[in-house]
Design a protein around this ligand. Structure first.
Ligand code: FPP
Length: 277
Protein backbone atom coordinates (compact mmCIF):
# COMPACT_ATOMS: atom_id res chain seq x y z
CA UNK A 1 0.00 0.00 0.00
CA UNK A 2 1.21 3.49 -0.82
CA UNK A 3 1.92 5.92 2.01
CA UNK A 4 -0.64 8.74 2.23
CA UNK A 5 1.86 11.35 1.09
CA UNK A 6 2.02 9.57 -2.26
CA UNK A 7 -1.54 10.69 -3.02
CA UNK A 8 -2.29 7.41 -4.80
CA UNK A 9 -4.71 6.00 -2.28
CA UNK A 10 -8.28 5.59 -3.37
CA UNK A 11 -11.23 6.18 -1.05
CA UNK A 12 -13.07 3.02 -0.12
CA UNK A 13 -15.57 1.72 -2.63
CA UNK A 14 -18.39 1.43 -0.12
CA UNK A 15 -19.77 -0.33 2.92
CA UNK A 16 -17.77 -3.36 3.90
CA UNK A 17 -14.39 -2.02 2.89
CA UNK A 18 -12.10 -1.38 5.79
CA UNK A 19 -14.39 -2.95 8.38
CA UNK A 20 -12.33 -6.09 8.97
CA UNK A 21 -9.75 -6.50 11.75
CA UNK A 22 -7.49 -3.71 10.47
CA UNK A 23 -7.14 -3.98 6.72
CA UNK A 24 -5.75 -0.45 6.64
CA UNK A 25 -3.02 -1.03 9.22
CA UNK A 26 -0.29 0.41 7.00
CA UNK A 27 -2.29 3.53 6.22
CA UNK A 28 -3.20 3.89 9.90
CA UNK A 29 0.48 3.69 10.83
CA UNK A 30 1.55 6.20 8.17
CA UNK A 31 -1.05 8.66 9.45
CA UNK A 32 -0.31 8.03 13.10
CA UNK A 33 3.37 8.95 12.90
CA UNK A 34 2.59 12.45 11.57
CA UNK A 35 0.96 15.33 13.48
CA UNK A 36 -2.68 14.45 14.06
CA UNK A 37 -5.61 16.82 14.32
CA UNK A 38 -6.45 17.12 17.99
CA UNK A 39 -10.13 17.50 17.24
CA UNK A 40 -12.06 16.10 14.28
CA UNK A 41 -15.67 17.16 13.73
CA UNK A 42 -18.00 15.38 11.33
CA UNK A 43 -21.27 16.37 9.67
CA UNK A 44 -22.67 12.92 9.00
CA UNK A 45 -24.82 13.46 5.92
CA UNK A 46 -26.42 11.23 3.32
CA UNK A 47 -28.27 8.55 5.28
CA UNK A 48 -31.51 9.24 3.40
CA UNK A 49 -29.86 9.22 -0.02
CA UNK A 50 -28.02 6.00 0.82
CA UNK A 51 -31.33 4.35 1.63
CA UNK A 52 -33.08 5.76 -1.42
CA UNK A 53 -30.35 4.49 -3.72
CA UNK A 54 -30.99 1.03 -2.34
CA UNK A 55 -34.77 1.31 -2.47
CA UNK A 56 -34.93 1.13 1.31
CA UNK A 57 -36.82 3.33 3.77
CA UNK A 58 -34.85 6.36 5.07
CA UNK A 59 -34.61 4.79 8.52
CA UNK A 60 -32.49 1.97 7.08
CA UNK A 61 -29.93 4.65 6.21
CA UNK A 62 -29.95 5.92 9.78
CA UNK A 63 -29.46 2.38 11.09
CA UNK A 64 -26.46 1.88 8.84
CA UNK A 65 -25.31 5.36 9.88
CA UNK A 66 -24.99 4.15 13.45
CA UNK A 67 -22.67 1.37 12.29
CA UNK A 68 -20.52 3.92 10.45
CA UNK A 69 -20.47 6.12 13.57
CA UNK A 70 -19.38 3.20 15.76
CA UNK A 71 -16.54 2.32 13.38
CA UNK A 72 -15.47 5.96 13.19
CA UNK A 73 -15.29 6.22 16.98
CA UNK A 74 -13.19 3.06 17.10
CA UNK A 75 -10.89 4.32 14.37
CA UNK A 76 -10.44 7.70 16.06
CA UNK A 77 -9.59 5.90 19.29
CA UNK A 78 -7.05 3.65 17.53
CA UNK A 79 -5.40 6.72 16.03
CA UNK A 80 -5.16 8.48 19.36
CA UNK A 81 -7.24 11.49 18.40
CA UNK A 82 -8.25 13.54 21.45
CA UNK A 83 -11.70 14.77 20.44
CA UNK A 84 -14.28 13.58 17.93
CA UNK A 85 -17.53 15.51 17.47
CA UNK A 86 -20.41 13.93 15.54
CA UNK A 87 -23.43 15.97 14.42
CA UNK A 88 -26.26 13.56 15.18
CA UNK A 89 -29.38 15.72 15.42
CA UNK A 90 -29.69 19.42 14.70
CA UNK A 91 -32.20 21.82 16.21
CA UNK A 92 -33.59 22.08 12.65
CA UNK A 93 -34.09 18.30 12.32
CA UNK A 94 -37.33 18.60 14.33
CA UNK A 95 -38.98 19.78 11.10
CA UNK A 96 -38.68 16.26 9.62
CA UNK A 97 -41.76 14.01 9.66
CA UNK A 98 -42.65 12.93 13.21
CA UNK A 99 -42.15 9.25 12.33
CA UNK A 100 -38.55 9.88 11.28
CA UNK A 101 -37.86 12.08 14.33
CA UNK A 102 -39.29 9.43 16.65
CA UNK A 103 -37.28 6.72 14.95
CA UNK A 104 -34.10 8.79 15.31
CA UNK A 105 -34.77 9.40 19.00
CA UNK A 106 -35.31 5.69 19.69
CA UNK A 107 -32.25 4.82 17.60
CA UNK A 108 -30.03 7.29 19.46
CA UNK A 109 -31.30 6.07 22.81
CA UNK A 110 -30.77 2.39 22.02
CA UNK A 111 -27.38 3.08 20.39
CA UNK A 112 -26.08 4.93 23.43
CA UNK A 113 -27.33 2.15 25.74
CA UNK A 114 -25.88 -0.59 23.57
CA UNK A 115 -22.52 1.11 23.02
CA UNK A 116 -21.94 2.11 26.64
CA UNK A 117 -19.97 -1.04 27.61
CA UNK A 118 -17.74 -0.58 24.55
CA UNK A 119 -17.20 3.11 25.36
CA UNK A 120 -16.20 2.17 28.91
CA UNK A 121 -13.92 -0.54 27.59
CA UNK A 122 -12.22 1.84 25.17
CA UNK A 123 -11.76 4.58 27.81
CA UNK A 124 -13.97 6.98 25.80
CA UNK A 125 -15.58 9.95 27.54
CA UNK A 126 -18.99 10.86 26.16
CA UNK A 127 -20.24 14.43 26.15
CA UNK A 128 -23.22 16.06 24.52
CA UNK A 129 -23.39 19.41 22.75
CA UNK A 130 -26.82 20.96 22.46
CA UNK A 131 -29.97 21.33 24.48
CA UNK A 132 -30.53 18.17 26.47
CA UNK A 133 -33.34 19.71 28.54
CA UNK A 134 -35.82 19.80 25.67
CA UNK A 135 -34.95 16.35 24.39
CA UNK A 136 -37.12 13.28 24.55
CA UNK A 137 -36.86 11.99 28.19
CA UNK A 138 -35.73 8.51 27.11
CA UNK A 139 -32.77 9.79 25.08
CA UNK A 140 -31.96 12.28 27.78
CA UNK A 141 -31.84 9.56 30.45
CA UNK A 142 -29.60 7.30 28.35
CA UNK A 143 -27.23 10.09 27.44
CA UNK A 144 -26.98 11.47 30.97
CA UNK A 145 -26.29 7.99 32.32
CA UNK A 146 -23.58 7.40 29.69
CA UNK A 147 -22.00 10.79 30.39
CA UNK A 148 -21.95 10.09 34.12
CA UNK A 149 -20.44 6.63 33.71
CA UNK A 150 -17.75 7.74 31.27
CA UNK A 151 -16.85 11.11 32.80
CA UNK A 152 -13.62 9.87 34.40
CA UNK A 153 -12.37 8.26 31.17
CA UNK A 154 -9.16 9.72 29.82
CA UNK A 155 -9.03 8.51 26.21
CA UNK A 156 -10.98 9.92 23.28
CA UNK A 157 -13.64 12.50 24.13
CA UNK A 158 -16.67 11.79 21.96
CA UNK A 159 -18.97 14.78 21.63
CA UNK A 160 -22.38 14.01 20.20
CA UNK A 161 -24.17 17.10 18.95
CA UNK A 162 -27.78 16.37 19.77
CA UNK A 163 -30.58 18.89 19.49
CA UNK A 164 -27.71 21.19 18.57
CA UNK A 165 -27.61 24.41 16.57
CA UNK A 166 -24.64 26.77 16.64
CA UNK A 167 -26.74 29.92 16.72
CA UNK A 168 -28.77 28.61 19.67
CA UNK A 169 -25.50 27.69 21.37
CA UNK A 170 -24.24 31.27 20.86
CA UNK A 171 -27.50 32.69 22.23
CA UNK A 172 -27.12 30.54 25.36
CA UNK A 173 -23.48 31.61 25.73
CA UNK A 174 -24.35 35.30 25.37
CA UNK A 175 -27.10 34.94 27.97
CA UNK A 176 -24.71 33.22 30.39
CA UNK A 177 -22.13 35.99 29.96
CA UNK A 178 -24.82 38.69 30.33
CA UNK A 179 -25.93 37.06 33.58
CA UNK A 180 -22.34 37.16 34.86
CA UNK A 181 -22.15 40.84 33.93
CA UNK A 182 -25.46 41.49 35.74
CA UNK A 183 -24.11 39.74 38.84
CA UNK A 184 -21.04 41.96 38.72
CA UNK A 185 -18.67 39.01 38.08
CA UNK A 186 -17.53 40.27 34.69
CA UNK A 187 -17.15 43.70 33.12
CA UNK A 188 -18.87 44.00 29.72
CA UNK A 189 -15.87 45.77 28.21
CA UNK A 190 -13.56 43.05 29.51
CA UNK A 191 -15.27 40.20 27.63
CA UNK A 192 -12.69 38.42 25.49
CA UNK A 193 -12.80 35.65 22.90
CA UNK A 194 -11.80 33.16 25.58
CA UNK A 195 -14.87 34.09 27.65
CA UNK A 196 -17.16 33.42 24.70
CA UNK A 197 -15.37 30.17 23.82
CA UNK A 198 -15.61 29.06 27.44
CA UNK A 199 -19.35 29.74 27.59
CA UNK A 200 -20.07 27.54 24.54
CA UNK A 201 -21.08 23.88 24.88
CA UNK A 202 -17.53 23.02 23.78
CA UNK A 203 -15.98 25.05 26.63
CA UNK A 204 -12.62 23.55 27.59
CA UNK A 205 -12.34 21.65 24.26
CA UNK A 206 -9.82 22.66 21.59
CA UNK A 207 -11.40 23.95 18.37
CA UNK A 208 -11.77 21.38 15.57
CA UNK A 209 -8.69 21.23 13.34
CA UNK A 210 -10.52 19.22 10.72
CA UNK A 211 -14.19 19.34 9.72
CA UNK A 212 -15.42 16.53 7.49
CA UNK A 213 -18.78 16.61 5.74
CA UNK A 214 -19.97 13.58 3.86
CA UNK A 215 -22.32 13.31 0.87
CA UNK A 216 -20.83 16.15 -1.12
CA UNK A 217 -22.78 19.14 0.23
CA UNK A 218 -20.75 22.33 0.76
CA UNK A 219 -22.59 23.70 3.81
CA UNK A 220 -21.94 24.18 7.51
CA UNK A 221 -25.60 23.65 8.46
CA UNK A 222 -25.37 25.66 11.69
CA UNK A 223 -22.61 23.41 13.07
CA UNK A 224 -19.90 24.79 15.40
CA UNK A 225 -19.90 28.19 13.66
CA UNK A 226 -17.59 29.82 16.19
CA UNK A 227 -15.31 26.84 16.69
CA UNK A 228 -14.49 26.06 13.04
CA UNK A 229 -12.97 29.50 12.37
CA UNK A 230 -9.62 27.91 11.39
CA UNK A 231 -10.64 24.31 10.75
CA UNK A 232 -9.56 22.60 7.55
CA UNK A 233 -12.74 21.77 5.66
CA UNK A 234 -13.15 18.51 3.81
CA UNK A 235 -16.24 17.64 1.81
CA UNK A 236 -16.25 13.99 0.78
CA UNK A 237 -18.57 12.45 -1.81
CA UNK A 238 -19.14 9.30 0.24
CA UNK A 239 -22.59 8.97 1.84
CA UNK A 240 -22.35 8.65 5.62
CA UNK A 241 -23.47 4.99 5.89
CA UNK A 242 -20.61 4.09 3.52
CA UNK A 243 -18.00 6.05 5.48
CA UNK A 244 -15.27 3.73 6.77
CA UNK A 245 -12.13 4.04 8.94
CA UNK A 246 -10.18 4.15 5.69
CA UNK A 247 -12.07 7.32 4.70
CA UNK A 248 -11.17 8.85 8.06
CA UNK A 249 -7.49 7.93 7.68
CA UNK A 250 -7.42 9.33 4.13
CA UNK A 251 -9.05 12.57 5.28
CA UNK A 252 -6.43 12.91 7.99
CA UNK A 253 -3.65 12.13 5.50
CA UNK A 254 -4.98 14.97 3.34
CA UNK A 255 -5.14 17.21 6.43
CA UNK A 256 -1.49 16.39 7.11
CA UNK A 257 -0.58 17.54 3.59
CA UNK A 258 -2.31 20.89 3.96
CA UNK A 259 -0.42 23.88 5.27
CA UNK A 260 -2.24 25.75 8.00
CA UNK A 261 -1.31 29.40 8.31
CA UNK A 262 -3.98 30.77 10.67
CA UNK A 263 -3.95 34.07 8.75
CA UNK A 264 -0.16 34.31 8.90
CA UNK A 265 2.53 33.40 6.39
CA UNK A 266 3.82 30.00 5.41
CA UNK A 267 7.45 30.80 6.13
CA UNK A 268 8.75 32.34 9.33
CA UNK A 269 7.85 36.06 9.26
CA UNK A 270 10.48 38.80 9.14
CA UNK A 271 11.13 40.24 12.58
CA UNK A 272 8.79 43.23 13.00
CA UNK A 273 11.62 45.39 14.26
CA UNK A 274 15.35 45.04 13.57
CA UNK A 275 17.16 42.90 16.11
CA UNK A 276 19.00 45.00 18.65
CA UNK A 277 22.62 44.64 19.59
C1 FPP B 1 -27.85 12.65 8.05
O1 FPP B 1 -28.46 12.05 6.93
C2 FPP B 1 -28.21 11.93 9.26
C3 FPP B 1 -28.88 12.45 10.33
C4 FPP B 1 -29.22 13.88 10.48
C5 FPP B 1 -29.37 11.52 11.36
C6 FPP B 1 -28.51 11.11 12.54
C7 FPP B 1 -27.29 10.31 12.35
C8 FPP B 1 -27.17 8.99 12.60
C9 FPP B 1 -28.34 8.13 12.94
C10 FPP B 1 -25.84 8.40 12.58
C11 FPP B 1 -25.49 7.83 13.94
C12 FPP B 1 -25.03 8.76 14.97
C13 FPP B 1 -24.75 8.48 16.28
C14 FPP B 1 -24.00 9.46 17.08
C15 FPP B 1 -25.17 7.22 16.95
P1 FPP B 1 -29.77 12.68 6.26
O2 FPP B 1 -30.97 12.05 6.86
O3 FPP B 1 -29.71 14.16 6.36
O4 FPP B 1 -29.57 12.19 4.78
P2 FPP B 1 -30.03 12.88 3.41
O5 FPP B 1 -29.40 14.25 3.37
O6 FPP B 1 -29.48 11.96 2.37
O7 FPP B 1 -31.53 12.91 3.42
Amino acid sequence: MTAPAGGELEPSAGAGTGRNAEPDAELLEAVRVRPLPRHVAVIMDGNGRWARAKNLPRVAGHRQGVTAARETVRAAGRLGIGFLTLYAFSSENWTRPATEVNFLMRLLESSVDRELPALLDANVRLRVLGELETLDPGVRRSVERAMRKTEANTGLTLNIALNYGARRELVRAVRALAARVARGELRADAIEEADIAGALDTGGTPDPDLLIRTSGEFRLSNFLLWQVAYAELMVLPVLWPDFTPRDLYLAIAEFQRRSRRFGGLETAPEPSSPPTG
